[in-house]
Design a protein around this ligand. Sequence first.
Ligand code: AMP
Ligand code: ZN
Length: 142
Amino acid sequence: MTCIFCEILARRAPGSFIFEDDLCAAFMDIHPVTTGHLLVVPRRHAASLSELDPLDGERLFRVGQRCAAALRASGLPAEGVNFFLADGAAAGQDVFHVHLHVFPRFSGDGFGLRFPPGYGAFAARDELDEIASRLRDQWLNQ
Ligand code: AMP
Ligand code: ZN
């Protein structure tokens, strides 16, 4: 199946690039959340975080930082910046080639996160400790 981000990176589909290097590129999102919305995309196709080369992941974050700095200095409304990465359909991933969203935020921009009912209550410490223990076990198995 054709991957739209691979097509853009190969210049077989249009893209408005602001940066590219040997490992990744940054181009404008076609459906911006706010003006200036960028996507940072590794050159090597990886459908999910589990497939992503850690070196590509490191570069993705570093290029994301530079995108944020460019947005803040651009004169576009950018009182803040959000990073967003959806890994898996349940997390909202639509394009299955890993990408980091970087978009400007400003008061009144209309964007927001919706939290589940009951959010805000403190979790019990023993429950947090139990989950942390389970995750430490997985850490060692990686
Ligand atoms: P996600 O839902 O996290 O997988 O995000 C996919 C993003 O890719 C969305 O924000 C889309 O607007 C964006 N997108 C899809 N097709 C294109 C394209 N041809 N050029 C630029 N951005 C795209
Ligand atoms: Zn791809």
